[in-house]
Design a protein around this ligand. Structure first.
Ligand SMILES: Nc1ncnc2c1ncn2[C@@H]1O[C@H](COP(=O)(O)OP(=O)(O)OP(=O)(O)O)[C@@H](O)[C@H]1O
Length: 242
């Protein structure tokens, strides 16, 4: 079953993009610099509303809906927690903003904090948390609203190695039971979390499919390098071949 169907044109940016995300998959959106990853992220979450766009999410057309009504949970590079609220209040924020009563919102936030292993932090303020702890709380805040789709934009890039490892383990667990789109420059990250690839190049989707499908018949030089099973550096981790 398809969870998300994206199709949009932004001629002023040279973008004409169409792809699908199957229900239950984690699909990595990858491509060279300037290929359209960030713009696509903005279109899916509703920050950019192209005139020519068709977005079907969980069986509903959503391109006319404002971001908060799309049932999409965003995890960004920076956790962006509210500094004056406790961890629990941060995790409950989405539900409180939607008018859910405090007791219920806090109970559901506590469950999310447990799911990401951050329950012991619930009374703390964000200012004293490590980067990894903050990112866990940001993830809990997303999960509390029970989104149909998770949209992750380089969620590990701002973390140190140790925090990357701990949040990766949490993410693996969270993504196993959900549908997600992951935007990343990192082959290692895409490998670890995604089962499908959507490869953008020059403002278009040049290929979409499982890692095996893309790896066996890569449709572009980027796709070939990204799926290459070598210990050599990934496409954005080393110099571009000439
Ligand atoms: N605000 C903007 N106004 C006009 N054009 C833009 C804007 N942002 C991006 N673009 C153009 O849209 C195209 C796609 O850019 P986008 O940032 O979506 O690519 P990307 O794959 O995310 O790149 P990167 O890997 O460098 O982050 C590029 O040609 C870029 O120059």
């Amino acid at each position: 079953m398809t969870e998300l169907e994206v199709s949009y044109c932004l001629p002023e940016r040279g973008l004409d993009v169409a792809f699908t995300v199957p229900s239950g998959s984690t699909t990595a959106l990858v491509g060279p610099n300037g290929s359209g990853k960030s713009s696509t992220f903005d279109v899916i979450c509703g920050l950019l509303r192209p005139r020519q766009a068709q977005l079907t999410a969980h069986g509903q057309r959503v391109e006319q809906l404002p971001p908060h009504r799309r049932r999409i949970g965003l995890l960004l590079q920076q956790p962006l927690l509210f500094p004056t609220m406790s961890v629990l209040e941060n995790a409950a924020f989405g539900l409180r903003a939607a008018g859910v009563r405090r007791a219920e919102a806090h109970a559901r936030a506590q469950q999310s904090l447990e799911e990401v292993g951050a329950a012991p932090l619930s009374r703390r303020r964000p200012g004293i948390l490590s980067g990894g702890q903050s990112q866990r709380v940001a993830l809990a805040r997303v999960l509390t609203t029970d989104p149909d789709l998770l949209l992750l934009d380089e969620p590990l890039v701002a973390l140190d190695d140790e925090s990357q490892e701990t949040i990766s383990a949490v993410l693996e667990h969270v993504l196993a039971a959900r549908t997600a789109v992951l935007i990343t420059h990192s082959r290692q990250e895409a490998r670890r979390f995604s089962d499908r690839l959507v490869v953008l190049d020059g403002g278009q989707v040049v290929q979409q499919g499982s890692w095996a499908e893309v790896g066996q018949a890569p449709a572009s030089a980027f796709a070939r390098r990204f799926t290459a099973e070598a210990s050599s550096p990934g496409p954005t981790e080393g110099p571009e071949p000439r």
